[in-house]
Design a protein around this ligand. Structure first.
Ligand code: NAD
Ligand code: TYD
Length: 351
């Protein structure tokens, strides 16, 4: 079956894995990637598929309703996989309005375009919203987030994502828009921008720079390999129920300090450094304001109803991720020296 799918934020970390999966797995689908190319968007993430016949990149802002509506009309969009967002908690603390703009206004702009262009003819249509477990707030040392857990966002980032989730549900209930939402735990893997904990530490271990640990490093995150996340999105997109929410997680909880020590151990081994050398780079720094203590997802609904499970053990996924960064130091260095920003000009203005 042919489909015309608008993927937003497809030049980012998760979006690029999602674009690659859909472009290669479904040659009959046409994939339109709308991305503003903020600091987090990098077309070097997609060089392997950028010339595929069923793929087109459009540089633009999801808040630009004129552009978004023109894409619905021109490409007869029947599905949206909405990934674009401002995604870094620390940036949301220093610039909350940027998060309201993209995550809230941008999402509502897309919802409005879908509603108006589909105009009540919802057959074969779907608005899939990709969200985070952070909307549920923070856990103590026990318990899990379920799909039924009440929202309790505590950072400007999670508050903006919670708001966007509410709007998606509101469009479903009020206008009948076909929607699906998934809330996923922390992702890791190739193409992860080196301001988030795992790629930052990999990059700093390579370059023998300090590894900044907020507070005492006792905060807990539930880590999932990014390819397992996009596999889950594929499953929910095709087999999930209209109007439903699915939690996605790895059942893989680590305190930040244990995780960074495991990274140090694996990297000393791979780099032929003396055991314990990289751990000496660990530096405790001032805690993040309002730092959520623990996230942990119960993903049993997704496993029970749609048969999805994480495919990789963490040690394996981390090792694959470290190997990718070691083999792709040009990708990393292009980000560290800012030259990745020129890629769009070079690639798209030469034509
Ligand atoms: P990212 O920051 O790596 O990528 C975001 C992408 O969106 C970038 O390519 C950026 O250029 C684009 N973008 C930002 N503002 C835009 C705008 N106004 N218009 C068009 N494009 C814009 O983020 P990510 O880590 O890949 O996260 C993707 C989605 O998954 C987000 O919605 C995030 O909330 C969600 N999520 C992320 C994680 C995680 O661990 N990274 C976990 C769960 C859910
Ligand atoms: P991050 O990768 O920013 O993801 P999120 O805040 O969405 O969970 O951070 C993961 C954890 O690592 C979080 O508890 C904050 C912590 N952290 C550090 O200790 N040092 C750092 O330099 C960063 C970026 C994060």
């Amino acid at each position: 079956m042919q489909r015309n799918i608008l993927i937003t934020g497809g030049a980012g970390f998760i979006g690029s894995h999602l674009v690659r999966l859909f472009v290669t797995k479904y040659p009959d689908y046409r994939i339109y990637n709308l991305d503003k190319l903020t600091y987090a968007g990098n077309l070097e993430n997609l060089t392997d598929i950028e010339n595929a016949d069923n793929y087109k990149f459009i540089k633009g802002d999801i808040c630009d309703s004129g552009l978004v509506n023109s894409l619905f009309e021109k490409y007869n969009i029947d599905s949206v996989l909405h990934c674009a967002a401002e995604s870094h908690v620390d940036r949301s603390i220093s610039d909350p309005l940027a998060f309201v703009q993209t995550n809230v206004i941008g999402t509502v702009t897309l919802l409005q375009a879908a509603k108006n262009n589909w105009n009540g003819n919802f057959d074969g249509k779907l608005f899939y919203h990709i969200s985070t477990d952070e909307v549920y707030g923070s856990l103590g040392s026990e318990g899990y987030f379920y799909e039924t857990t009440a929202y309790d966002p505590r950072s400007p980032y999670s508050a903006s994502k919670a708001s966007s989730d509410h709007f998606v549900r509101a469009y479903h209930h009020t206008y009948g828009l076909p929607v699906k939402i998934s809330n996923c735990s922390n992702n890791y893997g190739p193409f992860h921008f080196p301001e988030k904990l795992i790629p930052l530490c990999i990059s700093n271990i390579i370059n023998k720079k300090p590894l900044p640990i907020y507070g005492k490093g006792e905060n807990v995150r539930d880590w999932l390999f990014v390819k397992d996340h996009v596999r889950a999105i594929d499953t929910i997109f095709h087999n999930g129920k209209n109007g439903e929410t699915y939690n996605i997680g790895g059942h893989n909880e680590w305190t930040n300090i244990d995780l960074v020590k495991e990274l140090c151990r694996q990297m000393d081994n791979k780099l032929g450094r003396e055991s314990g050398e990289s751990e000496k780079l660990i530096t405790y720094v001032k805690d993040r304001a309002g730092h959520d203590l623990r996230y942990a997802i119960d993903a049993s609904k997704l496993e029970r109803e749609l048969g999805w499970k994480p495919s990789l053990q963490f040690a394996e996924g981390l090792s694959e991720t470290i190997d990718w960064y070691l083999e792709n130091q040009k990708w990393l260095n292009d980000i560290l020296n800012g030259s990745y920003i020129n890629y769009y000009e070079q690639q798209y203005h030469k034509r």
